[in-house]
Design a protein around this ligand. Structure first.
Ligand code: FMN
Length: 218
């Protein structure tokens, strides 16, 4: 059983990365083999619209023909049993690097036929973890989820199952007194970090346990 995590944050040790590591710990506790990729370590582009993945009898039919540093990650996902993807929210959206990555991941499997069936040969669970500065109330009223739930739908359609975990009110820097911050309180942030973030990590861990024991499709 192999579970792959993809970090769409440029930071390797902060909120998104910590939550992804917790998912992998949960999966490893059930015996899964784990891999974590930090997207910002790789040089790559989003989909270049070559349509080789849709070319009749083409050698790249169903696969991304663009070869660059994420090609091995896409290949590894093809063999994985579960996938977990994390992103910080940047301007109400996923990070630019993750957007480019998802274009390449999803589009190769999408068939231009009625109901857009998938060429991914198996079903695997896919989880998304989104971390953001806004609190839960703003998340619910901001419209963020409208966009993010569409990503979940694309993953569901492509891989067979998807779920999302939204982590709000994250701690953004080590020492709030060093930065210009007036719209929210560093003290409240630190309190939230201590009191709530451990529960967030636990929720992430439980996704890992669930995905490693996954039998939805059996
Ligand atoms: C460029 C940039 C844009 C951001 N835009 C938003 C935003 O629109 N909404 C929000 O809630 N947080 C926003 N944030 C905050 C991050 O989403 C939040 O701190 C996140 O938890 C960071 O993840 P990380 O610690 O894994 O890097 C932004 C941060 C940056 C650097």
């Amino acid at each position: 059983m192999k579970i792959i995590a993809v970090n769409g944050s440029p930071r390797k040790n902060w909120n998104t990365a910590m939550l992804l590591s917790s998912v992998l710990d949960g999966a490893a506790s059930k015996g899964a083999q784990t891999e974590l990729y930090h997207l910002y370590d790789y040089n790559y582009k989003g989909c270049i619209s070559c349509f080789s993945c849709k070319l009749k009898d083409g050698i790249s039919y169903g696969h991304c023909a663009l070869k660059d540093e994420i090609t091995p990650i896409l290949k590894s996902i093809e063999e994985a049993d579960a996938l977990i993807i994390g992103s910080p929210i940047y301007f109400g959206n996923i990070s630019g690097e993750l957007k480019s990555f998802l274009e390449r991941l999803f589009f190769q499997y999408l068939v231009y036929e009625k109901d857009y069936p998938t060429l991914f040969k198996r079903k695997i669970p896919v989880g998304f973890i989104y971390t953001m500065n806004v609190n839960e109330e703003v998340l619910d009223t901001s419209g963020y989820k409208q966009y993010l739930s569409r990503i979940e739908q694309f993953a569901q359609r492509t891989f067979g199952y998807a779920q999302s975990l939204y982590i709000t009110d994250t701690y953004q820097f080590d020492d709030y007194s060093k930065y210009v911050v007036k719209s929210f309180s560093g003290e409240d942030k630190a309190k939230r970090r201590i009191e709530h973030f451990p529960d967030d990590l636990k929720s992430a861990y439980e996704i890992g346990v669930k995905f490693a024991e996954f039998n939805f499709f059996k």
